[in-house]
Each structure stands twice: as structure tokens, then as C-alpha cells.
Design a protein around this ligand. Structure first.
Ligand code: DGJ
Length: 287
């Protein structure tokens, strides 16, 4: 039976009745079908006792899951499209590592689906970007490697594809103090040396960048680990800025903590010029 509503803050079940595992994710529209990629967190959470300076909570790396849908409500599990590499403790995708915020986009120049994600050591000290590609939206994706964009550190990220086909990696850098918007190469596998520093020194993460009626819009969170904080919205005529801050875009009960959640993606809805879908995660650092 098809669902007609979903309830924010409650487990959202897939078409098999299992909780959707697609956290920190993003939605791609391809040939009239929606594809939702996100972190699979089906592993026990624990405090990383090897880290003493901050409250590092983690789970072993499970992989990136994909779901597909034709109505954004009923999602079919397409499985884990990029999984861990268990037999090599040094591999960036070993279960002991971190894999967060995957975003997938189709590159018409290469005919490849390209996935970018935050890849890290158990203590978040690597701060790099993982890249994987596939010929099909349902994967499997092939891991192409890890990069530090233009040599910079990179933690929370998203990817924005502009109307002119250029692709931009939006990532928290400088130890999360400054957000970078870095142009990707034509095949989207590398950075190019062109980048903009925005919100310098303002410690923003969880970026969601989209375009609406000729303006760029950027929603970010503050840096409070797994705990929620107020979102912030900014707009600009150019990616390089200047960016104008407008404050917290949320309204109603819970707005002051982004409804207990943290931004991950905004999908401008096809065929609905003024409708955008805002996606955010309600994290539970204990589970
Ligand atoms: C907040 C980030 O937005 C999450 O993706 C994750 O990296 C946690 N911090 C880790 O504490």
C-alpha cells in the first residue's frame, strides 16, 4: 500500500517497511525519477574514547544507500551502492573510517553519475573528499579516490550544479571556520584551483546551496557537533558573493533549533517554480 503522508521526526519507512537509511543525503532527479542517496547508519553508535578534546561520537562505516521514488514519499531501497572495504585497515573506506553527506549528480559530459562525500579518519583528522562514479543511478559506484580540494581541508559538504553545467563543491574548511565554494573539473573528479571563501571566520557547516529565480541561496548550520542549532539563510547574485545574510529561515515551533535538525539539502521541485524541498537530519548521537 502506498503512503500518503510522512511524519517529520518519526522513522520514515521504505516500500518494504524498513526504516530509510539515507542520512546527510541528497536527492537527484534523473529521467523523471527521484534518487535519494545518504549515509547508511545501521551500526551501533559509540563514543570514540580515542578522542579526548571533544565529544566524538561515531559508528562504523556501513556505506552509502540509495532509494528511488516517483513521488518523493514512497521510496524503494536500491541497496548499498558504495560499501566499506573491510580487508584493508588503511583504506579510506575501511569500517573504522567516517563517510558522511554523500551527494550524487549526473554529468552529461561524461555520462557518469558522480558521488562526492566527506571521508575521514575515526577522529575526523583527515578532512577529505571521497569521489566515486557509476554508469547507472542504482550503482554500484566505483571508488575513484580521496582528495583535499585545492589542498584545503574539507568536512561537511554538498555539490551544486549550476545552470551552465559547472559543478561546485561547497565545503567547510579552515577547521570549519570558513566555507569554500570550489569549482570542479569538467569530469567533476578534481578541483580546479578556482574557489571562493565565504562566511570567513563564521564557523558554518551542513551547507545546502540552490538556485531560485536567478539568485543563489545557501542554508547552513552552526557548528555544535550532533546537537541542533539555528539555521541561517543567505543569498547572492554570484557564487563569489557578496552573500547577504537574512537570518533563520525556519518558522513555527522548534524553529530556533531548525526543528531539532541540521540542514543537508534543498531540492527545487521540478515543475513547481516556487516550491523547494528542505531536507534536514534529526541526529541522535547515542543511536
Ligand atoms: C556535524 C556534521 O554536520 C555532521 O555531518 C557530522 O560531521 C558531525 N558534526 C560530527 O560530529
Amino acid at each position: 500500500m502506498k503512503d500518503s503522508v510522512f511524519q517529520p521526526g518519526h522513522p520514515w519507512l521504505d516500500t518494504e517497511g524498513q526504516a530509510i537509511q539515507a542520512h546527510g543525503g541528497g536527492i537527484m532527479v534523473h529521467e523523471g525519477r527521484y534518487w535519494w542517496y545518504g549515509e547508511n547508519k545501521a551500526a551501533p553508535s559509540y563514543k570514540n574514547e580515542r578522542v579526548t578534546g571533544w565529544d566524538c561520537r561515531r559508528h562504523d562505516l556501513v556505506g552509502v544507500s540509495a532509494y528511488s521514488s516517483d513521488d518523493l514519499l514512497n521510496w524503494r531501497n536500491e541497496g548499498i551502492v558504495l560499501g566499506p572495504v573491510s580487508d584493508d585497515p588503511d583504506h579510506d573506506l575501511h569500517p573504522s573510517k567516517v563517510m558522511e553527506r554523500p551527494k550524487v549528480n549526473f554529468n552529461p559530459r561524461t555520462g557518469q553519475f558522480v558521488m562526492h562525500f566527506h571521508v575521514d579518519r575515526h577522529d575526523y583528522s583527515l578532512a577529505a573528499v571521497g569521489v566515486a562514479t557509476s554508469d547507472r543511478p542504482a550503482g554500484p559506484f566505483r571508488f575513484r579516490g580521496t582528495l583535499r580540494p585545492n589542498g584545503a581541508d574539507s568536512r561537511d559538504l554538498t555539490v551544486f550544479v549550476d545552470d551552465d553545467g559547472s559543478a561546485w563543491l561547497v565545503h567547510s574548511s579552515e577547521w570549519n571556520r570558513t566555507l569554500y565554494i570550489s569549482r570542479l573539473s569538467e569530469d567533476w573528479l578534481f578541483t580546479t584551483g578556482e574557489y571562493y571563501r565565504v562566511f570567513a571566520g563564521q564557523s558554518r557547516e551542513a551547507p545546502a546551496l540552490f538556485r531560485h529565480r536567478g539568485l543563489y541561496h545557501l542554508i547552513t548550520s552552526g557548528c555544535t557537533g550532533w546537537d541542533p542549532n539555528p539555521a541561517e539563510h543567505a543569498f547572492a547574485e554570484h557564487l563569489a558573493g557578496p552573500w547577504t545574510l537574512t537570518g533563520n529561515p525556519c518558522r513555527g515551533p522548534g524553529a530556533e533549533t531548525t526543528f531539532g535538525a541540521q540542514s543537508t539539502f534543498v531540492l527545487p521541485l521540478p515543475g513547481q517554480p516556487d516550491a523547494c524541498l528542505f531536507m534536514a537530519d534529526i541526529w541522535n548521537k547515542d543511536d
